[in-house]
Design a protein around this ligand. Structure first.
Ligand code: FES
Length: 151
């Protein structure tokens, strides 16, 4: 049996839609019918912004926090003074939950000891067959901006 930590649901009021596509889609909405013809990948892509100051666990380098954002569990890791990483925390081997080990700078799964690179999600050790899903994330003006994959 794999171990999992409880994720905390992030209040909807703290989540901003930071997608530049939103304004574009509104513009296209003026021409009825065009939005309906867009590929689903464009219409459903989500860019969200979260206030770093409200997530205390990420105040210091090495901190991490598992949050549920828009129904999706995301592990946030403060991997440097100027960056935050975000990823799907489910190990690609047998679906245990991974955690960041600040002393190594790597993500680890304690079930069968797979290790992953924090930046690319690539497998560095253990039986994991595939990389972790890392979401493009930037830290700008006190906000964590995450490009969530299409669902
Ligand atoms: S479940 Fe993660 S290494 Fe096996």
């Amino acid at each position: 049996m794999c171990e999992k930590s409880e994720s905390e649901e992030l209040s909807e009021s703290l989540i901003e839609d930071a997608s530049p596509r939103r304004g574009f889609l509104k513009f296209l909405g003026l021409f009825s019918g065009i939005v309906a013809m867009l590929p689903a990948s464009i219409a459903q892509a989500k860019k969200i912004a979260l206030p770093l100051a409200k997530i205390k666990a990420l105040a210091e380098v090495g901190g991490q926090k598992l949050l549920k954002v828009k129904g999706k569990e995301i592990l946030f890791v403060r991997d440097s003074e100027t960056s935050v990483a975000s990823l799907n925390p489910i190990c690609t081997h047998k679906k245990c939950q991974v955690a960041f080990k600040p002393e190594t700078g790597l993500l680890f799964c304690k079930c069968h000891k797979s290790a992953y690179d924090i930046k690319k999600g690539t497998v560095l050790d253990g039986p994991a067959p595939r990389p972790l899903e890392i979401y493009p994330t930037t830290l700008k003006n006190g906000k964590i901006i995450v490009d969530l994959p299409n669902t």
